[in-house]
Design a protein around this ligand. Structure first.
Ligand code: FES
Length: 331
């Protein structure tokens, strides 16, 4: 149920931001990278250059079966002739199953322009912690670190080392690689590896939730900004807040809406003519991020760091809610 305070205001569409525009691309090649892992080479449908991207960026991939998912760009950021994605077949995964079973070179696909929620900050030393296909955002990062002469260490965890995607390519980039395999009995002892803060180093982690939460726990006392995570599925962190009803004041549009317990802010804004760009609707892609003017946010996304949550300058309106009776948003 929503309350229209000013029904005469026109519908509002926010200006496009990175990741909000779409492109037609052609699947030029599918390459078998490792058991269960394909890489996709995508070129612009018109044959021209693609928008540039930074290490850590991802795109939305829309498939002919109607699914939409986010994938890291794992090609060379200096080469705008094509994008490369690495996709592991996941049991029950509609997107990855379609890619592995039905997609064929030559098909036209729709992707978003690149968006980067996982930028490479400046550091004297990088530690990349990857679990399986979580390696993809790190390949451009490792290239950039090497190009800048910054040493890096890759801690690469897989069930079997011989199944590690892109390992042969990574060996040519020039860092230190530490392989960990559950089958070989060399599983990473996360608590031990990160028991002490490494001076002048930043950690980047991407992989299954068990690895991410273990690294998060082990590094919880590291200085703010030294450990970064990329989630491609919503983390199972329950909110301690019940799903109550609250008001959202839309500063630009001049309307106030009521968000009931069973709807998201994103849904209610849409019902009232305020179309906020969206993609994952799970709090992992950042497309629906809005600036918070006032109010106390119950952050439920998997993107913002603890300091960003504390500052509450922005929020993901597909999943996050209000702790108090009212939020004022810049929309
Ligand atoms: Fe992806 Fe909200 S639509 S974070």
């Amino acid at each position: 149920m929503s309350e229209m305070v000013n029904a005469d205001k026109p519908s509002t569409v926010a200006a496009p931001r990175p990741g909000e525009q779409t492109l037609q691309v052609r699947l030029r090649a599918l390459i078998w990278e490792a058991p269960g892992v394909l890489s996709l080479q995508l070129t612009a449908a018109d044959g021209g250059p693609l928008p540039p991207f930074e290490p850590g960026a991802h795109i939305d991939l829309k498939l002919p079966n109607g699914t939409l998912r986010q994938y890291s760009l794992c090609g060379d950021p200096n080469d705008t002739s094509h994008y490369r994605l690495g996709i592991r077949a996941i049991s029950g995964g509609l997107s990855s199953t379609f890619v592995h079973k039905a997609l064929r070179p030559g098909e036209l696909l729709t992707v978003s322009t690149p968006r980067n929620n996982f930028p490479l900050v400046d550091s004297k030393h990088y530690i990349f912690v990857a679990g399986g296909i979580g390696i993809t955002p790190f390949i451009p990062m490792m290239r950039e670190a090497s190009a800048k002469g910054r040493p890096w260490t890759l801690i690469y965890c897989n069930k079997r080392n011989q199944d590690a995607p892109f390992l042969a390519e990574i060996r040519t980039i020039g860092g230190e690689i530490s392989l960990h395999s559950s089958e070989a009995g060399t599983r990473l002892d996360v608590a031990k590896r990160f028991s002490t803060v490494e001076q002048d180093a930043v950690v980047y982690c991407c992989g299954p939730e068990s690895l991410m939460t273990a690294v998060e726990e082990a590094t919880k006392d590291w200085p703010e900004g030294t450990v970064h995570f990329e989630w491609f599925a919503p983390r199972s962190r329950a909110s301690d807040q019940p799903d109550g009803s609250f008001e959202v004041v839309c500063q630009q549009s001049g309307i106030t809406v009521t968000v009931p317990a069973d709807k998201s802010i994103l849904e209610v804004l849409g019902e009232n003519g305020i179309e906020v760009p969206r993609s994952c609707e799970q709090g992992v892609c950042g497309t629906c991020e809005l600036r918070v003017i006032s109010g106390e946010v119950d952050h439920r996304d998997s993107i913002l760091s603890s300091s960003e949550r504390a500052a509450s300058a922005t929020m993901m309106v597909c999943v996050s809610r209000s702790k108090g009776p009212r939020l004022v948003l810049d929309v």
